[in-house]
Design a protein around this ligand. Sequence first.
Ligand SMILES: [Zn+2]
Length: 187
Amino acid sequence: MALGTDYPHQDCSLARALEVVGERWSLLIIRDAFYGVSRFNDFLVHLDLPKAVLTARLNSLVEAQVLAKIAYQQSPPRYKYVLTESGRSLWPVVYGLAQWGFNHVSGGMPKMLFSHTPCGSRLDAFGGCPACGGPVPPEAVTMQQGPGADEPMRQDPVSQALVQARPLLTPLAVDRPSRRSDSRRAG
Ligand SMILES: [Zn+2]
């Protein structure tokens, strides 16, 4: 029997939260949104997941108001997916879970490093700035590749664009020359 996707007999806010973000891929989609990924095809090439699964996860995250679906082009219609305020407040969860994975599961060298943008200090294990004190919101975090980054690098355009140090939540500009030729064929 397949496992259900909800926890009807668990009257607990953690169970409610897992119904929204606990599905396979959901947290990786949210992580990518913090990295600045916003377009369907960019999530697709970076996460290597089936199209139908990506569609379903994006729709459920929009329905849960974690992501907002925003039209950025009219014809043909194109949409981008950006974190809402509710979605941005998941940053400590995403960061904390990644830290836990590094410390207790994957080990080795970190693939990605996160620092406080104004002072350049590496975030501590709890996502705070050791120099300035206190928690750091994702708007003030800069990401850059760490010494454990995959070698050779993934060749998809999103991975290539993430090689440069960049502030979180900055829309990723991905070169996509093949799409221009696609639209010529379609037009
Ligand atoms: Zn700082």
